[in-house]
Design a protein around this ligand. Structure first.
Ligand SMILES: NC(=O)c1ccc[n+]([C@@H]2O[C@H](COP(=O)([O-])OP(=O)(O)OC[C@H]3O[C@@H](n4cnc5c(N)ncnc54)[C@H](OP(=O)(O)O)[C@@H]3O)[C@@H](O)[C@H]2O)c1
Length: 200
C-alpha cells in the first residue's frame, strides 16, 4: 500500500504537491488552521484520494508535508509526537513578501535545522521549496527530460525514501547533502533557490 501524506498548509504549495501525489496514487489528508469544513472546495477540486482533516489528522499520516507560512511553523510543536516522523519541509523563511522579501535571522542555522528543533525527533527532508508553485505544478517531464527537485536531510533513510517518492512523481532528484549545508543551498536566497533545471 502507498504511504499516506498529511499536508499542513492548503495554499499554493500544499495543493500543488497534493496534485502530484494524488496523480501518483498517494492518499492525502490536507489541512489548514481553519479546519476541515473550510477545505471542502479544495478537496473536491483535488479529487479522488484527497480528504480534509485537522492539522492533528495530517500529522498522523506516514509522511507529513509542511506547506504553511514560516511564521506558523512554531505552532506545530505540540500538535503531535514528531519522533521518527518523516516531515518534508517545503517552507521558506520569508518574514515579508514582495517587494522586499526579507528572511528571518536564523543565527547561522539553516531554516530546516530550525524546523527540526521545532519538531523534536522528526526526520526532516527539505524538498519542494525551490520552485514557484506554478512551475512546480507543470508536468515534470519537460524537453525530453525531467524537472529537477533538490533534497537535503540529515537522516539518510528518510531522504532516500522521499527521493524515491519524488522520482515516482516524475521528477529528477539531486541530493544536496545534510540540512546544515544542503539546506542552506536550497533555502530562500540560497544558491539553488528558484533554479529551474531539466535533467536530460
Ligand atoms: N508559493 C510558492 O510558490 C512557494 C514556493 C516554494 C515554497 N513556498 C513556501 O511554502 C509555504 C506555503 O506557501 P504558499 O504560497 O503555499 O502559501 P499560501 O498559499 O498562503 O498557503 C498557506 C497555507 O497555510 C495555511 N496555514 C496558515 N497558518 C497555518 C497554521 N498555523 N496551521 C496550518 N495551516 C496554516 C493557510 O490556511 P489558513 O490561513 O486557512 O490556515 C494556507 O492554506 C511558505 O513557507 C512558502 O515560503 C512557497
Amino acid at each position: 500500500m502507498k504511504k499516506s501524506f498529511g499536508i499542513i498548509g492548503a495554499g499554493n504549495i500544499g495543493q500543488t504537491v497534493a496534485q502530484h501525489l494524488l496523480k501518483a496514487g498517494f492518499p492525502v489528508v490536507i489541512s489548514n488552521s481553519h479546519g476541515p469544513d473550510s477545505l471542502k472546495g479544495i478537496v473536491k477540486s483535488l479529487g479522488v484520494g484527497a480528504k480534509a482533516g485537522s492539522v492533528e489528522d495530517a500529522a498522523k499520516a506516514d509522511i507529513v508535508l509542511l506547506s504553511l507560512p514560516w511564521s506558523q511553523v512554531s505552532s506545530l510543536t505540540g500538535v503531535a509526537d514528531w519522533t521518527n516522523k518523516i516531515v518534508i519541509d517545503a517552507t521558506n523563511h520569508f518574514i515579508t513578501y514582495a517587494p522586499d522579501f526579507q528572511v528571518a535571522d536564523l543565527k547561522g542555522k539553516s531554516s530546516s535545522q530550525v524546523v527540526a528543533e521545532l519538531l523534536p525527533g522528526a526526520r526532516i527532508v527539505k524538498a519542494f521549496n525551490t520552485l514557484n508553485f506554478k512551475i512546480l505544478a507543470e508536468d515534470p517531464k519537460q524537453a525530453g527530460g525531467r524537472r529537477v527537485l533538490f533534497i537535503s536531510g540529515d537522516d539518510i533513510s528518510s531522504k532516500l525514501e522521499v527521493g524515491e517518492i519524488i522520482k515516482a512523481l516524475g521528477f529528477a532528484v539531486i541530493d544536496l547533502g545534510d540540512l546544515a549545508n544542503g539546506g542552506k543551498l536550497q533555502q530562500a536566497k540560497g544558491s539553488v533557490a528558484t533554479l529551474n533545471l531539466i535533467q536530460l
